[in-house]
Design a protein around this ligand. Structure first.
Ligand code: 7TS
Length: 412
């Protein structure tokens, strides 16, 4: 495999991912479903095993040695996330289950406290359902209204339209950093700047971007940034809500229970300070440790190196797929991450996915939890190949070969 690219030795890197050695349907696995979830390097698997083997205990609760070890591991992971995002303070990092829970948390706490009847929340036409539905639920509860920034045929946000939507009624902007279905990377600094000029806070959905581009919340100056550990090559069931301390401090709690309190009587409860105020009950301690190991892993490779290598793959993949006549790429933004979403003449995406699976190639087919976006492109579904730093040009060739199989079968 000719996989060395600059300082990026992909053949070496692939050795770190045991699952990639599998054969599927008697073919080498070609895993191109990274936008759904990333595979886990051995270092993450080892961190989970080590945690349960040597450190497992509950956190913040005991004076005993194991409890202190578990607390150190949990708080150590928080510090790693803080550093990775370049946030100002560990207290601004809240552990949650994932992106979905983080957005629901903001909707149900910040939203209920600050957004009332007739107030407006701006989202975009390319949002994942988890950045639509929580705001609709809030709207049903409070009478707030959703405003949607339109996109062009390449899948780029129309910034002029965004600016026009910002009004004295706008109370929050909640926009995806990198689209899961198109790959578009949005100009988040500009989005934040335009909102802040009018005093409007911005939440960025970083579910996709966090694994593919360097993220610096201090530079971007977003007010909330949310992501899931499992897309960053960490475990499932752990994710992060970053929020500016002054906003988090002013927000009411999300769930009540242990850990989030300072004192409880039957008459009155005083809440804990952040981040504990938002971490009711026993948390996914092992998950946070695994996420910390994933962050160490990608930080060691270098997010700039990862982004550069993935851009090289994207350029190659875009060129190869453009050569296929009966294939139409959906999502051709100038600035995009390593996502190749497409439809084919005569072949339904699910059939394409099934034929590719027979070739050992894992892609996602469907609406990608972005039904309004599918409506915008007048398709019901797409085939999506989403690439990670352990993918290779040879795997893109395998995809092209698989698509040739599809064309052959459907032309019979
Ligand atoms: N936001 C975006 C942009 C996403 O891509 C996803 C998951 C989520 C939010 C929700 O993340 P979760 O970890 O809470 O589920 N996207 C996908 C996908 O594209 N295929 O499977 C999951």
């Amino acid at each position: 495999m000719s996989t060395a690219s600059g300082s990026f030795d992909v053949a070496r890197i692939r050795e770190d991912f045991p699952i990639l050695k599998q054969r599927i349907n008697d073919k080498p696995l070609v895993y191109l479903d990274n936008a759904a979830t990333g595979q886990k390097p051995q270092a993450v698997i080892d961190a989970l095993v080590n945690y349960y083997t040597c450190e497992n205990s509950n956190v913040h609760r005991g004076v005993h040695t194991l409890s202190q070890r578990a607390t150190d591991a949990y708080e150590g992971a928080r510090s790693k996330v803080r550093q990775f995002l370049n946030a100002a303070d560990d207290r601004e990092i809240i552990f949650v289950r994932g992106t979905t829970e983080a957005i629901n948390l903001v909707a149900q706490t910040y939203g209920r406290e600050n957004i009332g009847p007739g107030d407006e929340i701006i989202i975009s036409a390319m949002e994942h359902h988890s950045n639509i539905v929580p705001w609709q639920i809030l709207g049903q509860e409070t009478g707030a209204i959703l405003k949607v920034v339109p996109i062009n045929d390449d899948g780029e946000l129309l910034l002029d339209e965004y600016e026009k939507l910002l009004s004295p009624r706008t109370k929050l902007v909640s926009i995806v950093h990198q689209s899961n279905a198109l790959g578009t990377i949005n100009p988040v600094e500009q989005i934040v700047e335009l909102a802040h000029r009018r005093g409007v806070p911005v939440l960025l959905d970083g579910a996709q971007s966090v694994a593919h581009v360097p993220v610096d919340v201090s530079r971007v100056d977003c007010d909330f940034y949310v992501f899931s550990g499992h897309k960053l090559y960490g475990p499932t069931g752990i994710g992060v809500l970053y929020g500016k301390a002054e906003l988090l401090e002013a927000m009411p709690p999300y769930q009540g229970g242990g850990e989030m309190i300072r004192s409880v009587t039957f008459e009155k409860t005083l809440y804990n300070t952040i981040p504990n105020k938002f971490e009711a009950g026993t948390q996914n301690i092992a998950g946070s440790v695994g996420l910390g190991a994933a962050i160490d892993y990608v930080a060691n490779l270098g997010m700039d190196n990862i982004a550069a290598y993935e851009q090289e793959l994207l350029t190659y993949g875009t060129r190869r797929l453009a050569e296929i006549g009966p294939l139409r790429l959906i999502g051709t933004a100038r600035h995009k991450g390593s996502v190749l979403s497409f439809v084919m003449e005569n072949a339904h995406p699910h059939d394409v996915g099934t034929i590719l699976d027979a070739e050992g190639i894992a892609v996602r087919t469907g609406h990608h939890c972005a039904q309004p976006l599918m409506d915008r492109f007048e398709v019901s579904a797409t085939v999506r190949a989403s690439l990670a730093f352990y993918n290779t040009k040879e795997e893109i060739d395998a995809l092209v070969h698989g698509i040739d199989r599809v064309i052959e079968i459907f032309s019979r």
